[in-house]
Design a protein around this ligand. Structure first.
Ligand SMILES: CC(C)(COP(=O)(O)OP(=O)(O)OC[C@H]1O[C@@H](n2cnc3c(N)ncnc32)[C@H](O)[C@@H]1OP(=O)(O)O)[C@@H](O)C(=O)NCCC(=O)NCCS
Length: 187
């Protein structure tokens, strides 16, 4: 069913499955652009980053697909690797807060996005819990813009707690919070 004006799409048609994100990278970045807000330049930069991540060891992705076969949400992540850029940026903040050990034996959630028309129907929760349920690591870490957003509310409900606040990534104007949770995530 293609959503029409004034009619909410039916989340019951949505299925969550493993996806080959590399072959769906443009569709996924379109979801991210609509959910999170990305400029065309940012989409180009993200495309290279996502493809590099997916080539790394242990990267896994799940997609939420509607009855028309359209990707309406996705999540991906990988075992944390201290050699990666993200880990290097957050490491001094975690060290100062006494939480550096979270960088080891952790599954990192790199991206989680759901199209606006499909939000608040349990899809984001299903994506992140399904992905982390099959992680070998005993815990999970991620970063989210350091503000009271739906994302932060969801992460807290799943057991993620703040490990560091006001984390600045080069090129990102807003500070981020780094959060960590034991696995499996709380239901
Ligand atoms: C964060 C996001 C992925 C959550 O996906 P979702 O499918 O909407 O989430 P769910 O329906 O599974 O909601 C789970 C919880 O999230 C919170 N939440 C979701 N939408 C919300 C909203 N509009 N307002 C307030 N809280 C909201 C609630 O705590 C909700 O729990 P509840 O159902 O018990 O009320 C989605 O809102 C999104 O794509 N946001 C924009 C992109 C983004 O911020 N991504 C995360 C980057 S770190």
């Amino acid at each position: 069913m293609t959503p029409s004006a004034g009619r909410a799409p039916d989340a019951r048609d949505v299925v969550i499955t493993p996806i080959d994100l590399a072959t769906k990278v443009d569709e996924a970045l379109d979801v991210q652009a609509q959910a999170f807000g990305l400029t065309a330049d940012e989409v180009g930069v993200r495309r290279h980053i996502v493809l590099r991540h997916l080539a790394g060891p242990g990267a896994r992705a799940l997609g939420a697909t509607n009855g028309d076969g359209r990707l309406v949400g996705f999540v991906y992540g990988m075992p944390n690797d201290r050699a990666q850029w993200w880990s290097g940026v957050v490491e001094p903040y975690l060290r100062r807060a006494g939480h550096e050990s979270w960088l080891d034996d952790s599954f990192t959630i790199t991206e989680l996005h759901v199209l606006p028309d499909y939000q608040h129907r349990g899809i984001g929760r299903a994506l992140i819990t399904s992905l982390t349920d099959s992680a070998a690591e005993p815990r999970s870490i991620l970063s989210a813009i350091d503000t009271e957003s739906p994302a932060r509310a969801l992460y807290r409900k799943l057991g993620y707690a703040d490990l560091a606040r006001r984390v600045m990534f080069p090129s990102a104007p807003s500070p981020y919070a780094v959060m960590g949770a034991p696995l499996p995530l709380r239901r």
